[in-house]
Design a protein around this ligand. Structure first.
Ligand code: FPP
Length: 278
């Protein structure tokens, strides 16, 4: 599959690029300060199964409908000039689900990557995948690599899909990657203590700012092994809305809630502690 690059045709970004808005969206947008948006939003897209069950539909219908919420969220964040958006699609723990649901999710993801490519290109988005990719089905590995390559030269929002992702696994992988690097160089650095900066450089998210805002749908007050290191100072927004019902108005509400918070990073003013801890 080959993709062309359309980023020179990308529409101007910002509020004007959102297209027609509903009355509810307009009312929320009016209150939003576009100069104080989060740089990086991370989302735990939970509640697809419950959404389907409530309607006496199979769980997989919830996942399919959830892709529409993902599309809206991705496009809206790109147009608001958000630097990075990270979506939790499949965790290392999700292999414990029934085989048929796992297979459906993998198929859905492959379809999603293919179907959304025009939208991704139109919005100048760079794609990434966070997680242990080697353990994914080969077909998924190929599609994810194609998506990364096809969007590598885009310059807009970085969209990361966490796939076979676990926060503890990521920290273990980072430490093993440091050990491997030290073995390769085999010099005096081998016995140096590991610093926060060095560890952060070996995470899957190496060159991304840490999330400022972590959104979780469907009400559970848990972090579920998501971006454990990176969310150290993130504002948490948990909503009872189930992921398939999460739309643009709900996203604007999360952003407004974020703007009401006073961020202190453990100090008494609003400056982040240091570049290193970001
Ligand atoms: C959680 O709902 C959701 C998932 C495990 C899968 C998320 C996947 C998608 C939205 C599909 C496509 C992926 C992308 C990147 C667009 P759940 O099944 O845990 O719901 P429940 O807690 O109600 O059972």
């Amino acid at each position: 599959m080959s993709h062309s690059h359309h980023h020179t045709l990308a529409k101007p970004l910002g509020l004007d690029s959102l297209g027609p808005v509903t009355a509810e969206e307009a009312r929320l947008l009016e209150k939003l300060d576009v100069s104080r948006l989060p740089r990086h939003i991370a989302i735990i897209m939970d509640g697809n199964g419950r959404w389907a069950q409530k309607r006496h539909l199979p769980r997989i219908v919830g996942h399919s409908t959830g892709t529409e919420s993902a599309r809206t969220t991705i496009e809206t964040c790109a147009r608001l000039n958000i630097e990075a958006l990270t979506l939790y699609a499949f965790s290392v723990e999700n292999w414990r689900r029934p085989k048929t649901e796992i297979e459906f999710l993998m198929k859905l993801l492959r379809q999603y990557i293919r179907n959304e490519m025009p939208l991704i290109q139109r919005n100048n988005i760079r794609m990434r995948f966070l997680g242990r990719s080697d353990d994914l089905p080969l077909a998924v590995q190929k599609d994810t690599r194609d998506a990364i390559d096809a969007t590598a030269r885009n310059s807009g929002m970085v969209l990361s899909i966490a796939l076979n992702y676990g926060g503890r696994a990521e920290l273990v992988d980072a430490m093993n990657s440091i050990l491997a690097e030290r073995r390769r160089h085999n010099g005096h650095t081998a016995t140096e203590p590991i610093s926060e900066e060095q560890l952060a450089r070996h995470l899957y998210t190496a060159d991304l700012p840490d999330p400022d805002l972590l959104i979780r749908t469907s009400g559970e007050m848990r972090v579920s092994n998501f971006l454990l290191w990176q969310i150290a100072y993130a504002e948490l927004f948990v909503t009872d809305v189930l992921w398939p019902d999460f739309n643009r108005a709900r996203l604007f509400e999360a952003l407004l809630d974020f703007q009401k918070r006073e961020r202190r990073y453990g100090g008494i003013d609003a400056a982040p502690p240091s570049r290193a801890a970001r």
